[in-house]
Design a binder for this molecule. Structure first.
Ligand code: CMP
Length: 230
């Protein structure tokens, strides 16, 4: 039998943030945090909560979102296996900037801020990698602002579908085929619109010959054409 730390160190080794750590550093990291299992839909924390832990997703998916007083939700990002979150409170000492909820059965590795700070001082490659990923997230956030300001809902949906097609699609008979990774309600929350509008726009895209739909399976004719919809 392996000690739990050895198992956790093995999982942390796959996390890009920790990819250049030595075995000793990985074991060190695996000994300072705890693994937590989360049920589907379990809330991890709310925007405004004091932040005390940094999280790495070992398995599953976590939605990062904001909610207005009427309960309307906007999803900032859906993070998956080997992503991290909770770094903003760690870095600026302020409250949580957004809420986090597991959207599938999920397993996270959680490290108290003080422990992670101490670890960062011992492993200088990690803060640099973290900065690179934060810069990537800022680029994505800029893209979201640009899309919100400049594109129609149909254009925003088309870009999201094109991104999924590029990331997860497989080529089949000259088309790109992929499954919608989330229900339409969540897609609507990512685009700042309603579920009904998403369904309507999807039908329009189909009728205009950009894609075909069968249940959750999407077949796209040309990813580049989708990206050009204003
Ligand atoms: P923190 O503020 O501690 O808690 C909420 C977390 O959501 C935040 O840290 C980040 O890890 C994450 N987060 C907030 N905004 C974004 C965003 N635009 N893109 C990706 N992750 C985000």
């Amino acid at each position: 039998m392996f000690a739990p730390e050895v198992v956790v160190a093995g999982m942390l080794r796959r996390v890009p943030l920790f990819s250049v750590l030595s075995d000793a550093e990985l074991h060190d990291l695996a000994s300072v945090g705890t693994t937590r299992r989360l049920r589907k839909d379990e809330l991890i924390f709310l925007q405004g909560d004091p932040g005390q832990h940094f999280f790495i997703i070992l398995e599953g998916k976590v939605k990062i979102f904001l909610q207005d007083p009427r309960g309307r939700e906007v999803i900032l990002v859906v993070l998956g296996r080997e992503d991290f979150f909770g770094e903003m409170s760690l870095l600026d000492g302020k409250a949580r900037s957004a809420s986090a909820q597991a959207i599938l059965e999920t397993r996270v590795y959680s490290i108290a801020h003080e422990e992670f700070y101490r670890f960062l001082a011992r492993a200088p490659s990690v803060p640099l990698k973290m900065l690179r990923q934060l810069s990537e997230r800022l680029r994505k956030a800029d893209e979201v602002i640009e899309n919100l300001a400049l594109l129609s809902v149909k254009g925003r949906l088309a870009r999201l579908l094109a991104d999924w097609g590029l990331k997860d699609g497989r080529a089949l008979g000259g088309r790109t085929v992929f499954r919608l990774p989330m229900p339409k309600t969540q897609i609507a929350q990512m685009l700042g619109t309603s579920r009904e509008t998403v369904s309507r726009m999807m039908t329009e895209l189909r009728d205009e010959g950009f894609l075909s739909l069968e249940g959750n399976t999407v077949r796209v004719d040309g990813i580049d054409r989708l990206r050009q919809i204003p």
